[in-house]
Write a protein that binds this ligand. Structure first.
Ligand code: ZN
Length: 93
């Protein structure tokens, strides 16, 4: 496993972070954090332990619980707002 993924796992075992928060800590772009998270979620070491605090619409409060992708939607299905609080991730044993 790459050291970047190992660093993300170590951080997420300690507290929850969004990809945007992890980006400057790890020193990679937010988009790349999501790519690593997708691999981490499927890895044997983490499978089933990655907890996701779903993305939430700032305007109507809708929670995107059923979303399969880790990235937040571009806009809310309900009120069409583009103001979306991104999901947060945590690894729990
Ligand atoms: Zn909304």
């Amino acid at each position: 496993m790459s050291t970047i993924r190992q660093a993300i796992i170590t951080l997420l075992k300690d507290q929850e972070f969004s990809a945007r928060e992890l980006s400057p800590i790890i020193g990679i772009r937010e988009k790349e954090v999501y790519e690593h998270l997708a691999h981490i979620a499927r890895s044997a070491a983490v499978k089933g332990k990655l907890k996701i605090q779903p993305a939430v619409c700032r305007d109507c409060g809708f929670e995107f619980r059923k979303r399969e992708r880790l990235t937040p939607p571009g806009r809310c299905f309900h009120c069409r707002s583009e103001s979306i609080i991104p999901p947060k991730f945590l690894i729990r044993e």
